[in-house]
Ligand binder design. Structure first.
Ligand code: FBP
Length: 256
C-alpha cells in the first residue's frame, strides 16, 4: 500500500491531477549526442534547471550526475534517466546506466528509460524494461518510456511505426509514453488514440522557429496528447523560460 501511495504521490508531481496534463523538460542530450553538438550554448545543468523552474515545468529529466549537481541549489522535481548511450558507438541500443535505487536516493519523482523499437537490439532493451519495471514496483516509482522507433530504412517519425512504438509502451505497462511527434495533428491523433489507456507525451524534436514550434505544440495538444517533454526547443534559446511559459499556456489551456 505504501508503495502505491508513493507512486501516486510521485505521479501527481509529474502529471497535474486536476488537468491530467504535464510539461517536462528533457536534458539528456549531452549524453546521447555529445556536448560538441551544442557549441556556443551554455549546457551547465543548473542553467537548464533554472529555465525549467522559471518556466514552471512539472519536472526535469536528467542523468544522475547532473541531478546530484542541480539538487544542491534548485528545487525542480527530477526524473532520472536510467538508460543511456553515446552517439560514438555504432550500436543502436541503450544500456542500463543507473538504478531505480539511485533515483530514489536522489529524490526523483520518476525514472525514464529508452527503448529503440524495431532496432536490432530491441530484445535487450525490452529485457531492460522488464528489469527496470520490477525495480520500480518495489519502490513505488513511476516510469516514463521513451518509445522511439529505429527501424532500418524508415524515418524515425513515420506515423505507422510511432503508433506501434507508443502502443508497445502502453501495453508493456510504462506509466507515461513519450514518443516522437509524427508531423501532423491527424497522424498524432492516431498515436494517442491507439494508446489511450496511458498518458502520451511528445518529444520536442530539433529546434524550429518559435512560431512554428508553438503551432506544433498546439497540434500536439489538439491531437489529445497529455503534454510534452521538450528539450532543444527550450534550452537552446536565450529566452528558454519565456518560451516554456508559452508552451505551458497551451498545454494547460490557459490562454490570455
Ligand atoms: P528534444 O525535445 O530536444 O527532441 O528532446 C527529446 C529527446 O528525447 C531527448 O530526451 C533525447 O536526448 C533526444 O530527444 C533524442 O533524440 P533522438 O532520438 O533524435 O536522438
Amino acid at each position: 500500500m505504501r508503495k502505491l501511495m508513493k507512486k501516486a504521490w510521485r505521479l501527481n508531481k509529474i502529471i497535474e491531477p486536476n488537468k491530467k496534463r504535464c510539461l517536462l523538460v528533457a536534458f539528456d542530450h549531452a549524453v546521447e549526442h555529445g556536448p560538441y553538438e551544442y557549441e556556443g550554448i551554455n549546457i551547465d545543468p543548473l542553467r537548464i534547471a533554472k529555465i525549467a523552474q522559471e518556466g514552471m515545468a512539472n519536472a526535469l529529466i536528467v542523468h544522475p550526475g547532473a541531478a546530484r549537481y542541480i539538487k544542491k541549489s534548485c528545487g525542480i522535481p527530477l526524473i532520472i534517466k536510467i538508460t543511456g548511450r553515446t552517439s560514438l558507438s555504432p550500436k543502436i541500443v541503450q544500456s542500463i546506466t543507473s538504478t531505480v535505487e539511485e533515483a530514489e536516493y536522489l529524490g526523483a519523482v520518476g525514472v525514464a528509460c529508452t527503448v529503440y523499437v524495431g532496432s536490432e537490439e530491441e530484445d535487450r532493451m525490452l529485457e531492460n524494461l522488464a528489469f527496470i519495471k520490477r525495480e520500480c514496483l518495489k519502490r513505488g516509482m513511476p516510469i516514463i518510456g521513451f518509445m522511439y522507433p529505429r527501424v532500418k530504412g524508415k524515418k524515425k517519425d513515420d506515423p505507422r511505426i510511432v503508433r506501434y512504438a507508443a502502443r508497445l509502451g502502453a501495453e508493456l505497462g510504462v506509466d507515461i509514453v513519450k514518443t516522437y511527434y509524427t508531423g501532423s495533428k491527424e497522424s498524432f491523433m492516431k498515436v494517442v488514440q491507439d494508446s489511450n489507456f496511458v498518458p502520451v507525451v511528445a518529444a520536442g524534436g530539433e529546434e524550429k522557429s518559435e512560431l512554428e514550434f508553438l503551432n506544433m505544440v498546439r497540434d500536439i495538444i489538439d491531437a489529445g496528447a497529455s503534454g510534452l517533454a521538450v528539450g532543444r526547443n527550450v534550452w537552446k534559446r536565450d529566452n528558454g523560460s519565456l518560451v516554456l511559459k508559452q508552451i505551458r499556456r497551451i498545454v494547460f489551456g490557459v490562454y490570455e
